[in-house]
Design a protein around this ligand. Structure first.
Ligand code: 9Z3
Length: 370
């Protein structure tokens, strides 16, 4: 049996994984854009951050009809990118296509539909077509929108923000590797801020069905000799076979962990690497974040729980006590998926209690992760 990625040295896992996939079609174009962006900011000695954001898909078929996805909307990544821009960074925003984007996130998706911010003003000129008023921003949103618009335009005009989309987990890996290497000339002015929710599991190409997985048995003359039979790929067995339908069992491999390669090879010498750790079990969060830091020897792991991620995070860094950062109660955004009662639980339930500190964001400071 072929060794799994976990059993390989990181460099070997890299060559096996990247040889299995063709690079994404958009990669050469993205590389050219990134090179020009990096060149510009190296010249200006500006700090550059690569922010990754949003979820990754795991296709079930090469000609993909179905895929596995995850919850991430890209709120953390898009919001963080705005803060980095405000701090003078140039930002390469590697994001899941159609996830939230810096600035436009304030007026996109169903919760903040831009149409709700607009109005039709009464027509001003009686001689003009009296049925057509100008489209304007509603008066109560003028200040907030002007502020966002100015920041957005500043970032655009000064070439501070490069938006690069990906969709699948393989595309994400290719883009990350290329961008990190292209960022070499930035040296210690480079920062990697890995907020994307990257799938831990995938179907290797060698085991992936080319065509749409069929949900019912095909007549024999449709079954191709060279096609990988559904039984070989997805080892589902029907206990009691319902007529014309079969169970689908998906057999996934672990995605190789490339943080090692990023830290030890792809990223420029002296650059800073920040990764995120997501858990749902509060008793595991601190332990898993500490383990990630030890394993990859980078600079910072930011831990968060799915249910409280908009209101609290924990910083785990080498030789430092863990540090909790919380949005004060009065400023916590309402969240449908969040469970506010669970704020503080991961701290209370962590394995052993070491010395730690807590930082509450200022009551009137920058708005949190809403
Ligand atoms: C995070 O933990 C992010 O904070 C969230 C943000 C994905 C929770 P939203 O997009 O959510 O604002 O809705 N990202 C990293 C999660 C992750 O997959 N980390 C890897 C791991 O835990 C390591 S790089 O193994």
């Amino acid at each position: 049996m072929a060794p799994s990625f976990g059993e390989m040295e990181p460099a070997e896992a890299e060559s096996v994984y990247f040889n299995e996939y063709p690079p994404p079609k958009a990669l050469p174009k993205h590389e050219a854009l990134a090179r020009a962006f990096v060149e510009l900011h190296v010249e200006d000695k500006r700090r550059v951050v690569l922010v990754t954001s949003g979820g990754t898909t795991v296709p079930l078929e090469t000609q993909t009809v179905r895929f596995i996805d995850n919850f991430s909307a890209g709120t953390r990544g898009a919001t963080s990118a705005e803060y980095f821009l405000e701090q003078g960074y140039a930002v390469i925003f590697l994001h899941r296509q159609y996830s939230l984007l810096p600035y436009s996130r304030h007026y996109s998706h169903s919760t903040n539909c831009f149409l709700d911010f607009m109005d039709e003003a009464p027509p001003t000129d009686a001689s003009a077509d009296s049925d057509h008023g100008r489209i304007v921003v509603r008066s109560e949103y003028q200040d907030a929108m002007r502020d966002v618009l100015r920041k957005y335009r500043y970032a655009k005009q000064h070439n501070r923000l490069l938006l690069l989309p990906f969709t699948t987990v393989a595309e994400y890996m290719f883009e990350l590797r290329s961008l990190a290497k292209i960022m070499q000339p930035i040296g210690a002015n480079a920062l990697f801020y890995l907020a994307a929710a990257v799938s831990d599991f995938f179907i290797p190409r060698s085991r992936m069905a080319e065509h749409k997985i069929q949900s019912s048995e095909l007549p024999a003359h449709f079954q191709k000799d060279n096609s990988v039979g559904a039984e070989e790929i997805y080892t589902g067995e029907n206990e009691e076979k319902p007529a014309n339908s079969k169970k689908l069992v998906i057999n996934l491999d672990p995605v190789p962990k490339f943080l090692h390669r990023l830290v030890d090879g792809w990223a420029p010498e002296g650059s800073m690497v920040v990764s995120f750790k997501l858990e749902t079990d509060p008793s595991l969060l601190v332990y898993k974040a500490q383990t990630a830091l030890q394993r990859y020897s980078h600079h910072l792991v930011i831990g968060n729980l799915l249910s409280t991620r908009k209101w609290e995070v924990v910083f785990i860094s080498p030789d430092q006590p863990e540090r909790w950062i919380r949005v004060p109660k009065s400023r916590r955004s309402k969240s449908i998926s969040g469970v506010e009662d669970q704020v503080g639980l991961a701290e209370a339930m962590k394995g052993e209690k070491g010395p730690d500190t807590q930082t509450d964001l200022e009551e009137d400071g920058p708005k949190g992760w809403d």
